[in-house]
Design a protein around this ligand. Structure first.
Ligand code: TK8
Length: 338
């Protein structure tokens, strides 16, 4: 693990299976079908990244390892698929870290709003020692983490009115991810948040069960939320990673060659996915405007105001997740900023 790029290094050292009791294949590549499910659709960069992953695995294994992709929460939402991995019923999923916080609480540090200014800072933390440290917590939860892909900076949409100031959140019914930090942060802003799995969001918006939701632009576009949401605020309030997960039960049966193929493919497809995601996010704002959404920018001053309102929530969760871990994150962001 020395001369390989950071992402490869990260995957290469991630949660080994040496302590396992299962019988690993001694060597070689067997014929295997690998079910890989995600919550987003084929048009989203995550969907395209998964397709790329499947192609790479096929190439690297001479066609013996077949990744069967399932999009659009066909196998369940992020939480359900992750549980299926733990039970050995599904091999791969690439969820947002946020809905996993009930299970792996340390991931909650990524739910703190306004930590990263740009993707470069997020990459530095996720691909650095802190991201690695969190991946190493996964094997004790029967999961193997092969690195981080990108969901990205989240922005608010709603069907009621423009949101440009903290006060504008008051009374808005907002769907959040199933995550306590998000829930309490939106409560602090005076909104009325409802946690819900992603797969239910479109119909909840359409039926007006909720007024709004928040997600990166690429998701707002590929999930066609513009059809049921009028107002888009460029809040960029939090960055969400995707984490590439493999079932440990499955992983422990693989030969070292097979494990290596999956690691390399997850990292290579991840680099492609991040690039694509950034390109999509850059284009999407204009496209959403053209599709009829009213886009509102949020000033740095208002962002700082929102951050101040949310601060007690963050202080509380920093204690819960580990103040050392939180400090490490801020230190690494600081370093990346220089
Ligand atoms: C898709 C989710 C989604 C996330 C959410 O499975 O739930 O809003 O942003 O991308 O992970």
């Amino acid at each position: 693990c020395c001369t390989v790029p950071a992402l490869l290094l990260l995957a290469g050292c991630g949660g080994g299976s040496s302590a396992s009791s299962a019988q690993p294949a001694a060597s070689g590549i067997q014929e295997r079908t690998i079910k890989a499910g995600i919550g987003l659709n084929q048009d989203h960069p995550e969907g395209k990244g998964l397709k790329k992953f499947a192609e790479l695995v096929s190439q690297k294994s001479g066609g013996k390892l077949k990744v069967q992709p399932f999009y659009d929460a066909q196998l369940g939402d992020d939480k359900k698929m992750t549980e299926a991995l733990q039970g050995g019923l599904q091999e791969i999923t690439i969820p947002s870290t946020s809905p996993l916080v009930g299970m792996i609480k340390e991931f909650g540090i990524f739910d703190f709003p306004f930590v990263f200014h740009d993707e470069k800072e997020a990459d530095a933390v996720l691909d650095g020692p802190l991201g690695q440290k969190l991946l190493e917590k996964l094997p004790e939860h029967n999961l193997i983490g092969l690195g981080y892909w990108e969901n990205g900076f989240r922005n608010l949409t709603n069907s009621k009115h423009p949101v440009v100031k903290a006060e504008d959140f008051k009374g808005l019914k907002i769907r959040t991810m199933q995550n306590q930090v998000h829930l309490e942060a939106f409560q602090a802003l005076g909104a009325n948040p409802t946690p819900m799995a992603f797969s239910e969001v479109f119909s909840a918006l359409e039926s007006k069960t909720v007024d709004g939701q928040e997600n990166p632009l690429a998701t707002i576009k590929t999930s066609k939320f513009n059809e049921v949401q009028q107002y888009l605020s460029v809040t960029k309030h939090v960055y969400t990673p995707f984490v590439f997960l493999v079932s440990k039960k499955f992983w422990d049966k693989l030969s070292p060659e097979e494990q290596q193929i999956l690691k390399e493919a997850a990292v290579e497809a991840g680099i492609y996915q991040r690039e694509l995601n950034r390109a999509e996010n850059r284009k999407a704002l204009e496209e959403l405007k053209n599709a009829g959404m009213e886009v509102n920018e949020v000033s740095e001053e208002e962002r700082a105001n929102m951050q101040a309102i949310i601060k007690p929530v963050i202080d509380k969760f920093a204690k819960e997740f580990g103040e050392d871990l939180v400090k490490e994150m801020y230190d690494q962001v600081e370093k990346a900023r220089q």
